[in-house]
Write a protein that binds this ligand. Sequence first.
Ligand code: ADP
Length: 938
Amino acid sequence: MSAQKLVLSQRAELVQALSRGGTAEGVDCVLDLLISWGVLLWEDYVCACVLPEAQKTGLEFGKCVSVVKDDREPSTMATETLLCHRPFLVSRLRDHVDGALEHLLGRGCLTSADREEIQLPVYTSSQQARRLLDKVRFRGEDSAMVLLHYLDRTTSPPPPEKENEQPFWLVYQKKLCSSILAQCYFLSTCGGAGKYSLDDVYTDGLLELSQGCGDTQVSLGLEDVLGQVGTLNEEADTVLVSGQAGSGKSTLLQRLHLLWARREALQDFLLLFPFSCRKLNAEERELSLRDLLFLHCCWPDRDQDKLFAFVLDNPHLVLLTFDGLDEFKQSFSDERRHCCPTQAAPMSTLLFNLLQGSLMKGVRKLVTSRPEAAGPSLRQYLRKEVLLKGFSPGGIDCFVRKHHQDRGVASGVLQALQSNTALLGLCHIPVFCWIVSKCYKELLGCGKGSPQTFTDVYLMVLQHFFRRKSPQQKSLGSSWLLEHFQTIMHLGQLAFEGLDASCYIFSEVDLQNSGVAEEDITIGFLIHSKNFSSTDERHFEFLHITMQCFFAALHIVLSDKTNLNQIRTLFQTQCKSKGCIGFCQPREQSVMTTESSNPQITAKFVSGLLSQHHSDLLQQSCSATMLGKKSKCVVKCVSKGVQRHFKSIPQPVKGEKKSMHAMPSFVWLISCIYEMQDSDVAMNSVARLEVDHLKLTYCNIGPVECTALAYVLQYLRCPVGLQLDYNCVGDVGVEQLLPCLPVCSSLYLRNNNISDEGIRRLIDKGVHCESFKKIALFSNNLTDACTQDFAHLLKTKQIFLSLRLGNNNITSRGAEQLAEGLRCSQSLQYLGLWGNKIGDRGAEALAEALKDNTSLVWLSLVGNGIGNSGAQALAKIIQKSKTLEEMWLSKNCITRVGVEYIVKALEENVTVKSVWLRGNNLSQPEVEEFQRECRLIF
Ligand code: ADP
């Protein structure tokens, strides 16, 4: 029979096999059929299996033998049977791989090494079945017989009765789980040698509700991401996890997928469909929802119609996840409505209607994105938003120890981080933690010159990969950049053009166009893009988006084709096209949004690379004049950008302070200055800032940004109030802020995960800073252990005005220690201890210390479990004070007796304007009776 006839006669089987889109499964199924028909010789089959995906399509079976399915004698050889019935056996075996392995092992047909190899979690169950068949066939007749008997007994005859059959969705669920397990087992950045399983290295990141979704300080667990807590809009189905690049969003999603597939979490959802927006970008066809689910995730072998109906009928049992919305080439828009699940539409329409809820209402969707990409039009459709804030200090410790089995190495890395707090600050972002752990040899070997900036860290990883390529060279020579210049330029061009076109996955043609050769790939910055479904070509992506930005920056800096206008464009602060740098595409071609995270990261690297600090390295491969011009241009752009912010500050209303609420790009510009590590640039850019109050609330400021802020703000001419409420400063961030403490008159750090350790360091420095007079630390993790430090501050600094420690964990013991400082303070005017647990004993201690105080104006002890004896003691302050104006005692457990002490004290006081007593233990008649004293407020 001719090949053509064969294909025609077996068309139905081939079509069915090929239509298993989304994975290599389709091609593998065809290969199964071909080998079973004898069209392929075993050698051809093996070659085809190891071919890159791209070449599988072009298979030519030149050596095919003339034996075809119909002409062959039924075989009596068991090994032959394994070949002839391969497609059937794969489908039989795939749900019984573990059992079959045990059986074969027990009979000495396979070794445990064989078993481990077959069961590698990166294989789907069908792939495991194929490997098992191959191994057994090569063990010979006896082993093949054992397997066939086992399959006969275990899997056949198939259950005859319909009611014994597994529900159709369960069969599909198993396939989904198996494909998800295969995809999620290893971390993507750990591609190549030294793979780490997610189980081995996954470390919990800090998850918090975003502003407006409830108590933002509560830290959440993984299950809470899709749980009820923080729900803002019950009608909406989309949950957003947002975080900056490298904060661990994809890894978190990967973890959730893995737990679901292993039945360890999210078991309310029977089906989970994972999508990557990066990959959806490549879908140019119009698809129906059904195609999207089945073609892009996992093809159901049967019952497609029933399954799709099941999904539509049971939306609450289905979860869709979309990783990296920021990388989707179009910005979210709700202009085009599409509600029909069977009607085809462009990918963007499908995606946006799913998120917005017109399509598949009731199906929960979990989306990850950098915050910039989730604008107000998407936010109105959100069920809730969860912020991923990277690692806590404990998380860094845990990650490093998980990464290094060798305890000595782990301790060495942790020590190196402790002695370089700028680097420790960077490690709060998991991708940096990963780089630092990966490059531990370089880190431990670099002594005092250990990395300080984003750019330093990425140059370190660059050297690491090049060194790995030539292991005989223990350390790279000083001209390493020159030696690898061509590779850097090829990858740089690929990265740069990719960013410019919002492209993060590259075909082999893209690689060729940028001159990226096989040897450039082997260095390791590019990894294979797993399960890229649009074609069977090989596809690649950079290890991480930040790596792509770094190579783009190298291209901008090193290429003599970059002109200064391009650099100016990169540093423009407003309105960049989505993801796009805007060099190659005319502006109007892309949708304009404020999303500009990739250009901002690239600009930061450009600033760092053009710093004086790295000029020796760069001058080896390009002209000093060109670098000098580019560097000057960057300095000018950044300084002008900062000045523009200052000019935008409105003139203060008479009597009020001049206050600047920073725009989002302000922190980025400051970070660019920090990357340059040039104090003159820092000084010049803030020299003209005249402002009393700098407000940077909700700006996603972590330790890294604190390092940069302090580096620049230390050069301010006049002291400012620095308001950093609702960020993620933490103890490391506090330490990073210390260089600018001398120019801070007040520091506002509400809700910033700060603990006693951070306070200790802050006060050590603060006592020596002349201008430092106020601090607000509501809602942090403070305990009694920090009150001695505050006491020391109050004793030492007789100009200190305001101490606000509300909503922490201070008890009576802490109040007693604080009292020691209060006793000596002649200056404190505001003391806030709202929402602690000082109780009567604490109140008595404070009252005792303040009895002769001549400065206190405002005292808040709301919600502190204070009863009558506390009230009696506090009444003594009222009685004697000539300065106190307000005392807040709401939400305590004071009764009539206690209030009577206060009333009495008020009779002798003329300064107090109000004593707040709402929410104490008083009846309505008692309240009415006490209202005769108009300064009592109930
Ligand atoms: P994002 O999606 O936010 O850009 P990724 O999830 O890609 O960040 O994280 C970048 C890298 O950081 C990962 O490849 C991994 O090496 C490391 N990483 C991130 N989160 C974790 C985590 N929770 N545990 C261990 N490593 C992590």
